[in-house]
Design a protein around this ligand. Structure first.
Ligand code: FES
Length: 159
Protein backbone atom coordinates (compact mmCIF):
# COMPACT_ATOMS: atom_id res chain seq x y z
CA UNK A 1 0.00 0.00 0.00
CA UNK A 2 1.12 3.60 0.18
CA UNK A 3 4.42 3.07 1.95
CA UNK A 4 5.02 -0.28 0.20
CA UNK A 5 3.91 0.77 -3.26
CA UNK A 6 6.91 0.98 -5.57
CA UNK A 7 5.10 2.87 -8.30
CA UNK A 8 3.64 5.48 -5.93
CA UNK A 9 0.44 5.22 -7.92
CA UNK A 10 -2.54 7.51 -7.55
CA UNK A 11 -4.85 4.60 -6.69
CA UNK A 12 -2.92 3.73 -3.56
CA UNK A 13 -2.73 7.38 -2.53
CA UNK A 14 -6.49 7.64 -2.66
CA UNK A 15 -6.80 4.46 -0.62
CA UNK A 16 -4.41 5.87 1.95
CA UNK A 17 -6.56 8.98 2.14
CA UNK A 18 -9.63 6.81 2.65
CA UNK A 19 -7.91 4.88 5.43
CA UNK A 20 -6.97 8.18 7.07
CA UNK A 21 -10.55 9.49 6.81
CA UNK A 22 -11.94 6.31 8.35
CA UNK A 23 -9.32 5.70 11.03
CA UNK A 24 -11.02 4.17 14.06
CA UNK A 25 -14.41 4.27 12.30
CA UNK A 26 -15.96 0.79 11.90
CA UNK A 27 -18.90 2.36 10.03
CA UNK A 28 -16.57 3.10 7.12
CA UNK A 29 -15.91 -0.60 6.52
CA UNK A 30 -18.05 -1.11 3.41
CA UNK A 31 -16.88 2.13 1.81
CA UNK A 32 -13.23 1.25 2.32
CA UNK A 33 -13.68 -2.33 1.11
CA UNK A 34 -15.56 -1.18 -1.98
CA UNK A 35 -12.72 1.21 -2.81
CA UNK A 36 -10.15 -1.57 -2.44
CA UNK A 37 -12.24 -3.90 -4.60
CA UNK A 38 -12.48 -1.24 -7.27
CA UNK A 39 -8.82 -0.26 -7.30
CA UNK A 40 -7.33 -3.76 -7.00
CA UNK A 41 -10.03 -5.81 -8.73
CA UNK A 42 -10.33 -7.96 -5.59
CA UNK A 43 -9.59 -7.82 -1.87
CA UNK A 44 -5.95 -8.77 -1.29
CA UNK A 45 -5.22 -10.19 2.17
CA UNK A 46 -2.76 -7.46 3.19
CA UNK A 47 -5.35 -4.80 2.40
CA UNK A 48 -7.92 -6.57 4.57
CA UNK A 49 -5.45 -6.74 7.47
CA UNK A 50 -4.73 -3.02 7.09
CA UNK A 51 -8.48 -2.29 6.94
CA UNK A 52 -9.04 -4.17 10.20
CA UNK A 53 -6.17 -2.34 11.90
CA UNK A 54 -7.00 1.14 10.64
CA UNK A 55 -10.75 1.01 11.24
CA UNK A 56 -10.52 -0.92 14.50
CA UNK A 57 -12.64 -3.81 13.25
CA UNK A 58 -11.86 -7.48 14.06
CA UNK A 59 -10.29 -9.20 11.04
CA UNK A 60 -12.95 -11.91 11.29
CA UNK A 61 -15.64 -9.24 10.75
CA UNK A 62 -13.79 -7.89 7.72
CA UNK A 63 -13.68 -11.39 6.22
CA UNK A 64 -17.33 -11.88 7.13
CA UNK A 65 -18.29 -8.84 5.07
CA UNK A 66 -15.91 -9.85 2.25
CA UNK A 67 -17.56 -13.24 1.90
CA UNK A 68 -21.16 -12.08 2.46
CA UNK A 69 -21.45 -9.61 -0.41
CA UNK A 70 -21.27 -10.92 -3.97
CA UNK A 71 -19.67 -7.63 -5.08
CA UNK A 72 -16.52 -8.52 -3.13
CA UNK A 73 -14.01 -11.11 -4.23
CA UNK A 74 -11.10 -12.57 -2.27
CA UNK A 75 -9.47 -13.80 -5.45
CA UNK A 76 -8.19 -11.82 -8.42
CA UNK A 77 -10.95 -11.40 -10.98
CA UNK A 78 -10.72 -11.17 -14.73
CA UNK A 79 -11.47 -7.99 -16.65
CA UNK A 80 -14.53 -9.70 -18.08
CA UNK A 81 -17.00 -11.57 -15.92
CA UNK A 82 -18.53 -14.53 -17.76
CA UNK A 83 -21.50 -16.22 -16.10
CA UNK A 84 -23.15 -19.33 -17.48
CA UNK A 85 -26.52 -20.37 -16.08
CA UNK A 86 -26.70 -23.99 -15.04
CA UNK A 87 -30.25 -23.84 -13.71
CA UNK A 88 -32.60 -26.62 -14.75
CA UNK A 89 -33.94 -25.06 -17.97
CA UNK A 90 -30.47 -24.06 -19.15
CA UNK A 91 -29.04 -27.42 -18.14
CA UNK A 92 -31.54 -29.48 -20.14
CA UNK A 93 -31.13 -27.20 -23.16
CA UNK A 94 -27.40 -27.74 -23.41
CA UNK A 95 -25.58 -25.52 -20.90
CA UNK A 96 -23.12 -28.34 -19.99
CA UNK A 97 -21.87 -28.40 -23.60
CA UNK A 98 -21.50 -24.61 -23.52
CA UNK A 99 -19.59 -24.91 -20.24
CA UNK A 100 -17.24 -27.49 -21.73
CA UNK A 101 -16.51 -25.23 -24.71
CA UNK A 102 -15.98 -22.14 -22.51
CA UNK A 103 -13.55 -24.07 -20.34
CA UNK A 104 -11.72 -25.38 -23.40
CA UNK A 105 -11.47 -21.95 -25.06
CA UNK A 106 -10.36 -20.21 -21.86
CA UNK A 107 -8.13 -23.02 -20.61
CA UNK A 108 -9.65 -22.91 -17.12
CA UNK A 109 -12.31 -24.70 -15.12
CA UNK A 110 -15.45 -22.81 -14.12
CA UNK A 111 -14.96 -20.85 -10.90
CA UNK A 112 -11.54 -19.61 -11.98
CA UNK A 113 -9.83 -16.70 -13.68
CA UNK A 114 -7.52 -16.93 -16.67
CA UNK A 115 -3.84 -16.33 -15.96
CA UNK A 116 -3.86 -13.14 -18.03
CA UNK A 117 -6.83 -11.92 -15.96
CA UNK A 118 -8.88 -11.54 -19.13
CA UNK A 119 -11.83 -13.68 -17.99
CA UNK A 120 -13.43 -15.01 -14.85
CA UNK A 121 -15.81 -17.87 -15.57
CA UNK A 122 -18.57 -18.67 -13.10
CA UNK A 123 -21.59 -20.93 -13.07
CA UNK A 124 -24.78 -19.41 -11.72
CA UNK A 125 -28.27 -20.63 -10.93
CA UNK A 126 -31.41 -19.53 -12.74
CA UNK A 127 -31.12 -15.98 -14.04
CA UNK A 128 -34.89 -15.73 -14.43
CA UNK A 129 -34.70 -15.91 -18.20
CA UNK A 130 -35.53 -19.59 -18.75
CA UNK A 131 -37.47 -18.76 -21.94
CA UNK A 132 -34.17 -17.96 -23.69
CA UNK A 133 -32.17 -20.84 -22.20
CA UNK A 134 -29.30 -21.57 -22.18
CA UNK A 135 -28.24 -18.13 -20.99
CA UNK A 136 -24.72 -16.70 -20.88
CA UNK A 137 -23.82 -13.23 -19.63
CA UNK A 138 -20.56 -11.35 -20.17
CA UNK A 139 -20.18 -8.24 -18.01
CA UNK A 140 -23.95 -8.29 -17.65
CA UNK A 141 -24.61 -8.46 -21.41
CA UNK A 142 -27.04 -11.30 -22.10
CA UNK A 143 -26.43 -13.95 -24.76
CA UNK A 144 -29.63 -15.98 -25.22
CA UNK A 145 -30.06 -19.50 -26.59
CA UNK A 146 -26.37 -20.27 -26.27
CA UNK A 147 -24.72 -23.18 -27.96
CA UNK A 148 -21.14 -24.35 -27.92
CA UNK A 149 -20.54 -23.21 -31.51
CA UNK A 150 -21.19 -19.56 -30.51
CA UNK A 151 -18.57 -19.53 -27.75
CA UNK A 152 -15.46 -18.63 -29.78
CA UNK A 153 -17.12 -15.71 -31.51
CA UNK A 154 -18.50 -14.27 -28.28
CA UNK A 155 -15.34 -14.44 -26.21
CA UNK A 156 -13.30 -12.99 -29.10
CA UNK A 157 -15.29 -9.77 -28.63
CA UNK A 158 -13.77 -9.20 -25.20
CA UNK A 159 -10.10 -8.24 -25.03
S1 FES B 1 -32.47 -21.88 -15.67
FE1 FES B 1 -31.15 -20.55 -16.72
S2 FES B 1 -32.31 -18.73 -16.82
FE2 FES B 1 -33.58 -20.05 -15.70
Amino acid sequence: MGAECKCNCEQDKSLDALFAQNKGNPNGLIVVMAAIQESQGYLPKDYLVKTAEELGVPLSDVYGVATFYAAFSLRPRGRHSVNLCLGTACYVKGAPEVQAMLEKEMGIKAGNTTEDRRFSLDLVRCLGACGIAPVLTVNGEVYPRMSSDKVSEIIAKYE
